[in-house]
Design a protein around this ligand. Structure first.
Ligand SMILES: C[S@@+](CC[C@H](N)C(=O)[O-])C[C@H]1O[C@@H](n2cnc3c(N)ncnc32)[C@H](O)[C@@H]1O
Length: 278
């Protein structure tokens, strides 16, 4: 079982596991939020021929959405600290074609110059919640954006997460998730804090904000919730708040709760903010 692995949390502090199974999760997650990201890219004015940067590009799903908008003359660059994932994504994107793709492996907090900067649009999704100093990333994105270009961010907000009716596996999920996130200083309210982070980065208040939500039967979310739980297990075990016995019960109870068809789930909402740079 993945959850039974004794493994240290990633040396760079990223709390989710890095393995083939965990790499599938951001892809599934990306499908879930594709519409919300497409709407924001369009509202922010991403068009043919433009150049874009996706910070924390992970599996490259957003880079693909950008390519569909900027076209063959356009440029799409990704940055990720995980070089393996980014290189794999770059190969897939180049094979699909549609734009000129580039990938830079690196810790965004340590990068000053980015090849291809300044860009027409700089973007990040589900990155700031992992970082201790999100406004520093927005400040860097600001610096890598052309005058008249756009800075766009999309982050989860876990404040509204809910299941109805309540069930024990969700309580166990929340216990491990919140325990690991809080212990590692991860931000559960990154979404609602975007306007304040834009201000702190010197961007000023966003021009626009938006929020996207799903409300689905637990059966549609159960695999993803188990995947997130297993992906956080190593970090939880290091903190002494996860063990294989609990994990086994969690998986059984989650499968049983999903099979009843009675439980509905409000996953985290995705909050967006964007700003034209003067
Ligand atoms: C939750 S994933 C989101 C991936 C992608 N943005 C998406 O929405 O599909 C977060 C990504 O940020 C990357 N990341 C985390 N900390 C980073 C850092 N300091 N510099 C660059 N990338 C980072 C991780 O490796 C991971 O690929």
């Amino acid at each position: 079982m993945a959850a039974a692995r004794a493994r240290k949390v990633n040396p760079d502090g990223y709390v989710h596991a890095r393995d083939a199974r965990e790499y599938q999760r951001p892809r599934d997650q990306a499908r879930m939020w594709q519409g919300a990201t497409e709407q924001v890219l369009d509202a922010a004015g991403l068009k043919l021929g433009m150049s874009t940067l996706d910070v924390g590009s992970g599996p490259g799903a957003v880079m693909g959405l950008m390519a569909a908008r900027v076209g063959a003359e356009g440029k799409v660059t990704g940055i990720d600290i995980d070089g393996g994932l980014g290189t794999e994504a770059l190969a897939e994107l180049r094979a699909q074609g549609g734009a000129q793709f580039n990938f830079i492996q690196g810790n965004v907090l340590e990068l000053d110059d980015v090849p291809g900067a300044p860009f027409d649009l700089t973007f990040c999704r589900l990155l700031l919640m992992h970082l201790q100093d999100p406004s520093l990333v927005l400040e860097k994105m600001h610096g890598w954006t052309k005058p008249g270009g756009m800075v766009v961010a999309q982050e989860f907000d876990f404040g509204a997460i809910a299941i109805e009716p309540l069930c024990p596996p969700m309580a166990e999920f929340n216990r491990l998730f919140e325990g690991v996130f809080r212990a590692h200083g991860r931000n559960m309210r990154a979404g609602r804090q975007l306007p304040a982070q834009f201000e702190a980065a010197g961007l000023g208040a966003p021009d626009r904000t938006a929020a996207a939500a799903h409300f689905v039967p637990l059966a549609e979310m159960a695999d993803m919730l188990v995947g997130v739980y297993d992906g956080l297990f190593a970090a939880g075990a290091e903190l002494g708040i996860a063990d294989t016995g609990r994990a086994t019960v969690f998986r059984q109870e989650m499968a049983e709760a999903a099979a009843t068809g009675r439980h509905y789930c409000l996953p985290p909402i995705l909050i967006s903010a964007w700003k034209r740079v003067s």
